[in-house]
Design a protein around this ligand. Structure first.
Ligand code: ADP
Length: 423
């Protein structure tokens, strides 16, 4: 079987989010962590490659995404989706624009669209400005993100320094007039040489119009929700089989661990809520940098995995800033990620088979440490956050990778009871 849509995601939680939403179509979705070293086999109609390139130098991110594109083309895909965060997480140096331009050049595409909207999770784009709930992006907690603080809400302004070709807007008034009006606007912009078009969307219906208007484009870019509008067009065109068979959950022990390296506002609430019902240990980047993770490993060793203990570096912006001033942004993140990765391995050795991980970068570090290369998408816990099934060290495990602001306050407990219910 050949891939119908090849997707490249700039972080691991983003990739599971996208894979989970594509799986709502009932078609098989395969999620691969990093570009596979071997040629494609067991190809699914929806192939998602998860990279960890959101904060990498732009030339490295571009090289990784080009390698992913080559693999997906070999897998038979002729349409591609470049997935980034619904809060457009990036820096002035990239990587959303540079990667899009490079993929466009490879594919011979003269234009692409940008739509990070995810209405179900409160992300909307209006007149080119991104909102988180009712707040402009730059006034939302994203302004304090440890790695990609978002201090402007205007997507055209954010994108322009990241691209060499002109940036334009197809606004909500056009999208509301339907598929043909949007196609006409995109064509007019193309005539003016506009290669990068931000497209407004405030509701799922807008995303459906956009997906319909661009369904045969070689490359579209956006948050995960935009991709949800694509499968039924492929099915109508006879590119997807009608048969639906959800994957069987593996036979897993109940033992679990929760690892959180996300400092997002929602994760802070989730950590506080979960600490009321389970044992927890807070990691401090400065202690980790000076003394290593020994104390945390000792604490973990004394825990029963049946209690699903929580290890977290999650902290308020003030504490994050203090650690970053002392260690530098990159090192503060790196010591936390390395510690959580080591703790994940130790938890597996202590019998944990269900891993709840919070944070995009954190998920990348933990997944790599567990040696997970390929995941099958299981039941959805919250919009954009499914359980996934995979193997680690020859044993079946389940992983859920939650990006910062996703999930309800009770997410950690929700996740653990959801997989229990599926068994
Ligand atoms: P999110 O999905 O919320 O963006 P990420 O895991 O992608 O979460 O990013 C959070 C980053 O912040 C990670 O690199 C993590 O290691 C780092 N971090 C976590 N806790 C702290 C802390 N207390 N101080 C400084 N940096 C931290």
């Amino acid at each position: 079987m050949a891939a119908v849509l090849g997707c490249i995601a700039d972080d691991f939680t983003g990739a599971t989010d996208l894979a989970g939403l594509l799986a709502r179509s009932g078609a098989p979705v395969s999620l691969r962590m990093g570009v596979p070293s071997e040629p494609p086999r067991d190809v699914a109609p929806f192939e998602v490659i998860a990279l960890k390139c959101r904060t990498a130098p732009a030339d490295q991110a571009v090289a990784e995404c080009r390698a992913a594109l080559r693999w997906l083309r070999e897998a038979g895909a002729s349409r591609f989706f470049w997935k980034y965060c619904s809060t457009f997480d990036s820096t002035a140096a990239g990587n959303i624009g540079p990667v899009a331009e490079s993929l466009m050049a490879e594919l011979g595409a003269s234009q692409t669209i940008y739509c990070p909207a995810f209405p179900e999770n409160g992300r909307s784009v209006f007149m080119g400005n991104l909102f988180v709930g009712e707040q402009p992006l730059a006034e939302s907690p994203m302004k304090d993100h440890p790695l990609t603080p978002m201090r402007d809400s205007n997507l055209m302004r954010l994108l322009a320094p990241q691209t060499t070709k002109p940036v334009g807007l197809a606004n909500r008034l056009t999208v509301a007039r339907g598929v043909e009006a949007l196609q006409a606007r995109l064509a007019a912009l193309r005539g003016e040489g506009v290669a990068h078009v931000v497209v407004d969307a405030v509701a799922d219906q807008d995303l459906e119009v956009i997906a319909d208007a661009c369904r045969d484009w070689p490359l579209i870019t956006g948050g995960s929700a935009l991709a949800m509008g694509l499968p039924h067009h492929y099915r109508a065109a006879g590119m997807l089989s009608a048969s639906v068979r959800p994957p069987a959950p593996p036979d897993l022990a109940a033992d679990a661990v929760v690892l959180s390296g996300s400092c997002s506002a929602m994760t802070q609430k989730q950590v506080a809520r979960y600490l009321a019902q389970a044992p927890g240990y807070q990691l401090d980047p400065i202690t980790l940098a000076e003394e290593g993770p020994g104390a945390a490993l000792d604490w973990l060793e004394a825990q029963s995995m049946a209690a699903a203990p929580l290890l977290y570096a999650t902290a308020e912006p003030q504490a994050v800033r203090a650690a970053q001033e002392r260690l530098g942004v990159a090192r503060a993140g790196a010591v936390v990620e390395a510690a959580l990765a080591e703790l994940a391995i130790r938890a597996r050795e202590q019998g944990a088979r269900r891993f709840v991980v919070a944070g995009g970068e954190t998920s990348g570090a933990v997944t790599q440490a567990l040696g997970v290369r390929r995941l099958t998408i299981g039941p959805e816990i919250a919009p954009g956050v499914p359980w996934t099934y995979c193997e680690s060290d020859g044993r079946p495990i389940a992983l859920t990778l939650k990006s910062g602001n996703f999930g309800a306050e009770s997410f950690f407990a929700d996740a653990l009871s959801k997989l229990g219910a599926a068994q």
